[in-house]
Write a protein that binds this ligand. Structure first.
Ligand SMILES: [Zn+2]
Ligand SMILES: [Zn+2]
Length: 150
């Protein structure tokens, strides 16, 4: 399974662990999976559904660019990644993050404050990935809206 890194333009072969994660993500219908490029260590947005041949790349491109539920308290928006740029932002509350690490620490903080929040994030060592957004229950958003703003 060959994956292209958009940061350094290198193509790398997914490790068996990465392949396993890609397979599981595709089965769950996730359109995106964050992997790390072995050459430059940048994050690579792998497309599990495309890699597993479940959808074609054109269909995939029409899908949204949301990567995480926004970890800001009381915000029901999503973090989106600008294509080709390492800038992350939530249009709903206007928060921006300069790196994934900043997002991970924000997620840890909001989970510590509101443990139910961990439902929408999958912890993988010190990193997080998102659950499939279609699987987020409506009650989740209702709860978020009742959070205090800090
Ligand atoms: Zn790279
Ligand atoms: Zn937000």
């Amino acid at each position: 399974m060959e994956i292209k890194c958009e940061s350094c333009n290198e193509t790398f072969t997914a490790t068996s662990l990465q392949q396993e994660r890609i397979k599981i993500s595709a089965e769950k219908g996730k359109s995106k999976l964050v992997l790390n490029c072995p050459s430059c260590r940048s994050m690579v947005m792998a497309k599990p559904l495309v890699l597993m041949g479940k959808v074609t790349d054109t269909v995939e491109n029409a899908l949204d660019s949301r990567i995480f539920c926004c970890p800001t308290t009381s915000c029901i928006g999503f973090i989106e990644k600008e294509d080709g740029e390492d800038i992350f932002g939530c249009a709903e509350c206007g928060t921006e993050w300069a790196s994934l690490d900043n997002i991970y620490s924000e997620i840890s903080k909001v989970i510590a404050l509101y443990p139910y929040r961990q439902k929408v994030y999958i912890k993988d060592n010190e990193k997080y990935t998102a659950i499939s957004f279609e699987n987020i229950p409506k009650s989740y958003y209702k709860k978020v809206q009742t959070e205090k703003v800090f």
